[in-house]
Design a protein around this ligand. Structure first.
Ligand SMILES: O=P(O)(O)OC[C@H]1O[C@H](OP(=O)(O)OP(=O)(O)O)[C@H](O)[C@@H]1O
Ligand SMILES: Nc1nc2[nH]cnc2c(=O)[nH]1
Length: 181
């Protein structure tokens, strides 16, 4: 197990690069199977999902499009509850098969606030693919179709996820060390 320091906090390895990549391949295989013969539109939620979206997309063998939107609500380790959209959607979703790509679902507030906006455009289907899910933290019921890892309710960094802007470039996922919460 290795430790990293990001700003004032110490984090320890939770998921290795190998674990993450192997799981992403399995998720892509499930999506390839479910969307055979369709041309889904993937919507990555920036910033955190950029790395997961990129790796997942590389393993898709179906015809697929991808776009990104930018939503944010976290300051430090806490959700502000205020989901701000700073880059909006540039595609018409009417009649499309849509798959949201998220790095993490924690309280569920971000998607709870955003999904009705997508539903309003009447996509043919709307599914969610998320790398990390914290079931104990969820405050809003969400149907999550593809989950990489269900994880404990501890703050994580790495593989796209930041602590106050830093740590996104780490190849592994690290969990807040119990001693400095
Ligand atoms: O389920 P929730 O409690 O709403 O948390 C999940 C959201 O938190 C993170 O975004 P953040 O607001 O940190 O922005 P970022 O992706 O730019 O880091 C993450 O990328 C999700 O979008
Ligand atoms: N970096 C990071 N961002 C989050 N957004 C929601 N939960 C988390 C988390 O555990 N880590």
């Amino acid at each position: 197990m290795s430790l990293v320091t990001v700003h004032d906090k110490t984090f320890c390895t939770y998921l290795t690069e190998k674990d993450i990549q192997a799981r992403i391949v399995q998720m892509a295989e499930a999506i390839n199977k479910d969307y055979q013969g369709k041309k889904p539109l993937f919507i990555g939620i920036l910033n955190g999902a950029f790395m997961f979206a990129s790796d997942l997309f590389k393993h898709l063998t179906i015809e697929a499009e991808i776009t990104f939107i930018k939503l944010a609500s976290y300051k430090g380790m806490k959700s502000t509850g205020n989901v701000v959209t700073s880059i909006g959607l540039d595609h018409d979703l009417y009649g499309r098969d849509v798959v949201i790509i998220e790095d993490i679902i924690d309280t569920g507030k971000t998607l709870h606030k955003f999904l009705p906006q997508l539903d309003h455009q009447q996509p043919a289907s709307l599914k969610i693919a998320v790398l990390l899910h914290k079931p104990e933290a969820l405050q809003h019921p969400l149907n999550i179709d593809y989950v990489g890892f269900s994880i404990p309710n501890k703050f994580v960094v790495g593989f796209g996820l930041d602590y106050n802007g830093l740590g996104r470039n780490l190849k592994e996922i690290y969990q807040l060390d119990g001693n400095n919460e």
